[in-house]
Design a protein. Structure first.
Length: 422
């Protein structure tokens, strides 16, 4: 979208006209291309809204990542878009924000306007997650930047955990609750330290753009710009961040183009020989693209983490079956699909080689195997780029007694195509 059009869109957002056009009416037929957003989910309308209004896209083509934590890099990018992408002269405010990063201009802008500050010492932590309290602060500062009235507040003693709200965040949380931008997680809990997922961010964005209560009533005296506080009280991300080499390697993305990423080495997840490689293949008259590699292994044997990291997803995920996703920091994530049993949970910190699941054939699968994917900054990349030439997984050992294999799905042609993709 061109800058002009985006500005026009933001104009519409500002005067509220878009609220009537947005696909948020009950039973809206508008859908998204995301496999992981069920139309029955509580966040479906919000995802439809942010997708249709080009505020958020997926973590990659067909995945929105509703349960993935929203990152600081993502939120500044979205607000920068909403602000109409004003030109930025200062482009290198942070040591950990490369000028080539998609969020580079947004981070500089957000810093200059006091909307999102760094952690001191020039550190921005673009991949860092956002707590609910921080989200309130960011939207509060953005509303002030947009010259909306942010003076309204609320007595937060209704929340039994109000003592957990940082003193510098009280005005922001009070404003967010009063305007209806944010609610407690229940009537007596605000959960200020809980992390904001991408689904929560989408819902908050939809409310920010469509609630009249956010916008300044005519004649309201706009409060002075709030003092910017260095968010030093926020603990640094505790998850291990796997060091990556400054050496770059070439790899292939889903559309077949070549990109450069830092060099990074994963351990093989399971012992076995690759039965299906990464890349395009021609099946049933159409080209499909295998997002990872398949390594057949016996039912129930351990699947190992390829590198240290934090589990960001552990559950059933459509064609992947029982899926584990590990975030390794530095932009890298690994996916392990089709497991019979999951042995970790979301939020767990795992070490390299740790057994995270038991091999299986859940989801779109034609036999017991591990489907292994590597993502770099939200893009699917070729796992072979990051694996040693020789499979270095330990000898296969039963990790969980699986008495019964998941019933094989009846394979329609579509299912077979999907099985070939996954
Ligand atoms: Zn596969």
């Amino acid at each position: 979208m061109g800058n002009k059009l985006r500005k026009a869109l933001c104009g519409l957002l500002a005067c509220g006209l878009l609220a009537g056009l947005a696909p948020v009416s009950a039973g809206a037929a508008v859908s998204t291309p995301f496999y992981d957003v069920a139309t029955t989910s509580w966040y479906n309308d919000a995802v439809v809204y942010v997708y249709a209004n080009k505020l958020m896209s997926g973590v990659d083509g067909n995945f929105f990542g509703p349960d993935v934590d929203a990152s600081r890099g993502q939120i500044v990018t979205i607000l920068y878009r909403l602000a109409g992408e004003p030109s930025v002269t200062q482009t290198n405010a942070f040591v950990d924000v490369p000028t080539t990063a998609y969020y580079s201009s947004a981070a500089s802008w957000a810093n200059k306007e006091g909307i999102v500050s760094g952690y001191g010492n020039g550190v921005f932590l673009p991949d860092g997650a956002i707590t609910r309290e921080q989200m309130a602060i960011i939207f509060y500062r953005f509303a002030n930047y947009q010259k909306y009235d942010v003076t309204r507040t609320k007595d937060l003693s209704v929340y039994s955990d109000n003592w957990q709200i940082s003193s510098y965040a009280k005005d922001a949380v009070g404003w967010a609750v009063t305007t209806g931008l944010m609610n407690g997680t229940d009537s007596t809990t605000f959960n200020p330290t809980g992390l904001a997922s991408r689904a929560v961010l989408a819902a908050t964005l939809m409310r920010y753009c469509s609630l009249d209560s956010i916008k300044v009533p005519a004649g309201t005296v706009v409060a002075a710009k709030p003092t910017v506080i260095e968010e030093t009280s926020v603990p640094a991300v505790s998850a291990p961040v796997v060091p990556v080499s400054s050496t770059l390697v070439s790899t292939t993305t889903l559309d077949g183009s070549t990109i450069q990423t830092p060099k990074m080495t994963f351990q093989w997840p399971v012992q076995g020989t690759v039965s299906s490689g990464y890349g395009a293949r021609y099946i049933f008259g159409s080209t499909s693209f295998h997002r990872g590699i398949d390594i057949p292994a016996p039912l129930g044997v351990g699947i190992h983490a390829g590198a240290a990291g934090t589990v960001t997803f552990a559950g059933e995920q459509g064609s992947y079956g029982n899926l584990v996703v590990i975030d390794h920091g530095n932009g890298f994530q690994s996916y392990y699909g089709h497991n019979s049993k999951l042995l970790v949970a979301k939020g767990d910190v795992v070490q390299k080689n740790q057994v995270i699941a038991a091999c299986g054939s859940t989801g779109r699968s034609t036999g017991n195997h591990c489907h292994f994917e590597v993502h770099y900054k939200g893009q699917v990349v070729n796992p072979m780029t990051y694996l040693p030439a020789k499979n270095d997984a330990p000898a296969n050992q039963v990790a969980a007694v699986v008495t019964e294999a998941a019933e094989a799905p009846e394979m329609t042609q579509e299912a077979l195509i999907l099985a070939a993709i996954y």
